[in-house]
Design a protein around this ligand. Structure first.
Ligand code: F6R
Length: 241
């Protein structure tokens, strides 16, 4: 595990974007695993700036997102599809046919998840997986559990995650209760995992996840075993280390 300590969110976003940008430059047809949430928004902004400056070309880049709410159509502003369009895809020259998310509109969970695993496999796996860190240690929608879930699967979201996500909806009642997410094995197969963490509210879970025991009760802790895991975190998030 490599820890890159940054001053603040902006500094974290620049450094994370530099890691991703370096891959896009050195491997123009790379497969990027992408995340939603507030943590990577600044990273996406910097990548868009890199594209606008003529430094980054996404024309051959392929992407797979970590997760998607089950039951939300693409047009719903809270779908992760919409988030990705809004924050990255429509601002760069990535080919829409090369961007992938689990199909939240597929009601058959087994089909949706199997199809998604096949998409990832057909691309030859993920070169770099970007992640945020949930307050309970979740990655993707892999919530604390008695065991690590392996492949893409359908999850019932915990009350804590529903509460955390309700800021994006009119009320907690409107937050979908299920999601499709890459599994822990899917994430661990990425050649490089890059996590961005910011803020004092993440300090305790960051400490538990990366400086405590490896346990499915803290799903992110498994990343301690990843051979190429880069943690880019700001001073506030690292304040307990
Ligand atoms: C996003 C995702 C989630 C978030 C996590 C942190 O696709 O899968 O695991 O990374 O909930 O969210 P933020 O960044 O909003 O604190």
């Amino acid at each position: 595990m490599r820890v890159i300590r940054t001053k603040d969110y902006e500094d974290m976003s620049r450094k994370a974007a530099n890691v991703i940008g370096a891959l896009v430059v050195t491997k123009p047809d790379c497969v990027l695993g992408l995340a939603t949430g507030s943590s990577p928004v600044g990273t996406y902004k910097r990548l868009v700036e890199g594209y606008q400056a003529g430094d980054l070309d996404f024309s051959r880049v392929k992407s797979v997102n970590l997760d998607e709410y089950k039951g939300l159509p693409k047009e719903n502003e809270q779908s992760y599809y919409y988030f990705m369009q809004d924050n990255l895809f429509k601002h760069v020259n990535i080919d829409p046919a090369n961007t992938h998310l689990p199909d939240g509109t597929e009601p058959d969970s087994e089909k949706a998840c199997g199809d998604y695993d096949r998409v990832i496999a057909s691309m030859g796996g993920v070169d770099l997986q970007l992640l945020g860190l949930g307050h309970d240690g979740h990655i993707g929608f892999n919530e604390p559990n008695d065991e690590f879930d392996k492949e893409t699967h359908c999850v019932n979201l915990t009350q804590m995650t529903i509460e955390a996500n309700k800021r994006f909806f009119a009320s907690a009642d409107e937050v979908p209760k299920q999601a499709y997410t890459m599994g822990i094995a899917t994430i661990m197969r990425a050649k490089c995992v890059l996590m961005v963490v910011s803020g004092a509210d993440k300090a305790q879970i960051l400490k538990d996840a990366f400086f405590g025991p490896i346990t499915p009760k803290v799903p992110a802790s498994i990343l301690q075993l990843h051979p190429n895991f880069i943690l880019v975190a700001d001073e506030a998030a690292l304040s307990l280390i």
